[in-house]
Design a protein. Structure first.
Length: 323
């Protein structure tokens, strides 16, 4: 009841003519400061606000029942466009965009085929392939890990790309895999993330790729405590635990949100390495951790993927990923 009251108060407070004439962004579970997926969207929003001086309405989902309610209320009050962050909002976008055909919607990480909806997908498997190579080429034990958040096809897509990159770099390498859970709570459970990371390290892994939202904070801390390496996801997380963050698999969520706020383009966009939609992060925090010969091999593979010489299997399309 308290959550519903807070939702009503938040929507009522936002329902000024100025706010509701503005665009709106709805974050998914985990909040806009999750240091990962949602926060990347937040950075795109902030860039738009800074450049244009225009207001943007924001709403953070506290529970799954709020998605459709908040989205419909925004549409009723004239927010346009409405940007939904995360695959879990597809059902709400499907319903509400049909009810409000004159309102523009953007959905990040899933597809809704309505004429007023822009759907943005990423080739996470391509970026994950690169960080898989980095993990395998850096590992001293030949054993690396992958910890996903919610066990869904999208996270299996990260896993599949990562495993391919690991095996491309070292066919004899071993990959340990765990998923945190099967509900939205899996994105915000650092304690469980740390527990799983420690189990991987106990089996000999010395690098773990975390595709787990806020749960990754526990994985990164465990890596620091064990003096092992972790790989971040979605945002550049190299700064979180400098010295043990080997790299991050970054997605251009910030760019997609910024572009959608500037100009809504209905239809499907799919962004991979060639479109600068995904990549690995290299900066002052990790440049000394990735050996020059490792970078050379990874950059060569990146060029070959873009050129079509290396085909990275996609979990959604390739049965070989589902073994």
């Amino acid at each position: 009841m308290k959550r519903l009251v807070r939702l009503g108060l938040a929507l009522a407070a936002a329902a000024t003519p100025l706010a509701w004439a503005a665009p709106a962004v709805i974050y998914d579970m985990g909040g806009k400061f999750d240091k990962s997926f949602n926060e990347a969207a937040y950075r795109g929003l902030e860039k738009y606000k800074k450049e244009t001086g225009k207001p943007v309405l924001e709403f953070e989902i506290a529970n799954e029942t709020q998605r459709e309610q908040a989205m419909r209320r925004m549409a009723e009050r004239g927010a346009n466009p409405i940007i939904a962050i995360g695959f879990s909002q597809a059902g709400s976008v499907e319903k509400v965009s049909k009810e409000f055909p004159k309102v523009s919607f953007t959905l990040i990480d899933q597809v809704v085929k309505h004429p007023n909806v822009q759907s943005v997908l990423f080739k996470e498997h391509e970026g994950s392939f690169l960080v898989g190579m980095i993990a395998a080429l850096t590992s001293k034990t030949g054993k690396v890990g992958f910890i996903g958040g919610m066990d869904i096809p999208l996270i299996r897509k990260f896993q599949c790309g990562y495993e391919q990159g690991v095996k491309y770099a070292n066919p004899r390498a071993e990959v340990f895999v765990n998923m945190v859970g099967t509900t939205g709570a899996a994105w915000n459970d650092p304690a469980r993330g740390g527990e799983l990371a420690r189990s991987h390290f106990a089996k000999g892994a010395d690098v773990i790729f975390a595709a787990a939202g806020g749960t990754g904070m526990g994985i990164y801390q465990a890596a620091r405590d064990a003096k092992k390496f972790a790989i971040g996801v979605d945002s550049n997380q190299n700064h979180i635990q400098p010295g043990t963050m080997l790299t991050s698999m970054v997605k251009g969520v910030d760019v997609s949100v910024y572009e959608a706020l500037k100009a809504h383009k209905p239809g499907l966009q799919v962004l991979g390495l060639a479109e600068n939609g995904v990549d690995y992060a290299l900066d002052q925090h990790n440049e000394k951790l990735i050996a020059p010969e490792v970078k050379k091999k990874v950059d060569a593979a990146k060029a070959d993927i873009i050129a079509g010489k290396i085909k990275v299997a996609d979990y959604y399309a390739d049965p070989s990923c589902r073994k």
